[in-house]
Design a protein around this ligand. Structure first.
Ligand code: CP
Length: 339
């Protein structure tokens, strides 16, 4: 499946620019990304209440379709939907008819027949969420929870929320993303978001074997030497080695990778003293990050997880709002045609 940025733009926005699907950050623009962050900010308080509920999706059905393993994304989408008062259906792919050979399209047709209003989709194929958004019944919102190497837009937005909470602004920030950029949908979405929101510098730090061809065209500079790359950083984002996507030997050994690119206390000391440490998870201690750093005072890794709920509440409520607005627009256009 291939993903065309212009087609994605039209697919995920209504005619008046509201979100109706959330597939990629490509083409969304600073105003809409800021709106998502501001909406998420307003939901943080809901998570601090005794009764963590608002009625925005009451009566709606959200189906979580995770065709790849997930801990954080799946759990926080479920919590987000429940906090919005939706009914939530978690399809267990291992025990569903998919394991008996049913196609993705047929699975979706059946879930549509159960009057689902939203599909949250994680899939190993790049473009899977776009494919579903193109074919789904009008009125059903599709949210991309990570597709192949292509995009993980809610992860990037929860990362942006965490950066804004800690730094106040994106202006003037120097941010580095370190490790397996080649296989990372998270890095692609983060680079897009950081550029759109006005970060001063986005660097990737990695060995050549873990960088995509033409990586600079994504909107970043490249540094192969971690000591040089850490200089003056305000934010360092570590990535997991995605062995499940690696074909052939791209590294001499994990030990060698850790020596050169693992974030130790010594390497972190080369950054700005107030540099924050981020990781989308799952973390592999001693492979890409030292435990003392992951659990240390500069780490905001668990805040990222907490912020995932607010960002997913924001995206789900905004996409549902866009779907409703679009249906109303179509209805009034039809009435206008008849009169
Ligand atoms: N960050 C992230 O996508 O984690 P999970 O794979 O656990 O969802």
């Amino acid at each position: 499946m291939t993903v065309n940025a212009a087609a994605a733009h039209h697919l995920q926005l209504t005619r008046d620019g509201q979100l109706r699907h959330f597939l990629t950050l490509d083409g969304l623009g600073r105003a809409l990304l800021t709106d998502i962050l501001d909406t998420a900010d307003s939901f943080i308080e809901v998570g601090e209440r005794t009764i963590k509920k608002v009625p925005l999706l009451r009566g709606r059905t959200v189906a979580n379709l995770f065709f790849e393993p997930s801990t954080r994304t799946r759990s926080t989408f479920e919590l987000a939907a429940k906090r919005l008062s939706a009914d939530v259906l978690n399809l267990d792919i291992n025990t569903s008819a998919t394991s008996k050979g049913e196609s993705l399209s047929d699975t979706l047709l059946n879930l549509e027949a159960m009057a689902s209003d939203m599909f949250v989709v994680r899939h190993a194929q790049s473009g899977a969420a776009h494919f579903i958004a193109e074919s789904v019944t009008p009125g059903v919102a599709i949210i991309n929870a990570g597709d192949g190497r292509h995009a993980h837009p809610t992860q990037a937005m929860l990362d942006m929320l965490t950066i804004r909470q800690n730094k106040g602004t994106f202006e003037g920030l120097k941010v580095a993303i370190v490790g397996d950029i080649l296989h990372s949908r998270v890095a692609r979405s983060q680079i897009r978001a950081l550029n759109e929101l006005g970060a001063e510098q986005v660097r990737v730090i990695a060995p050549g074997t873990l960088l995509p061809r033409d990586v600079e065209s994504l909107g970043c500079t490249v540094e192969y030497d971690m000591a040089k790359g850490m200089k003056d950083l305000d934010v360092v984002i570590m990535l997991r080695l995605q062995k499940e996507r690696m074909e052939g030997a791209l590294l001499p050994s994990e030990r060698e990778f850790y020596r050169l690119y693992g974030l130790s206390q010594e390497k972190l000391a080369l950054a700005h003293p107030e540099c924050i440490v981020m990781h989308p998870g799952p973390i592999n201690r001693g492979v890409e990050i030292e435990s003392a750093v992951a659990d240390g005072p500069q780490s905001v890794i668990l805040s990222q997880v907490t912020n995932g709920i607010a960002i997913r509440m924001a995206v789900m409520s905004m996409a549902m709002g866009g779907q409703v607005a679009e249906r109303q627009q179509k209805r009034s256009t039809r009435k206008g045609d008849q009169s």
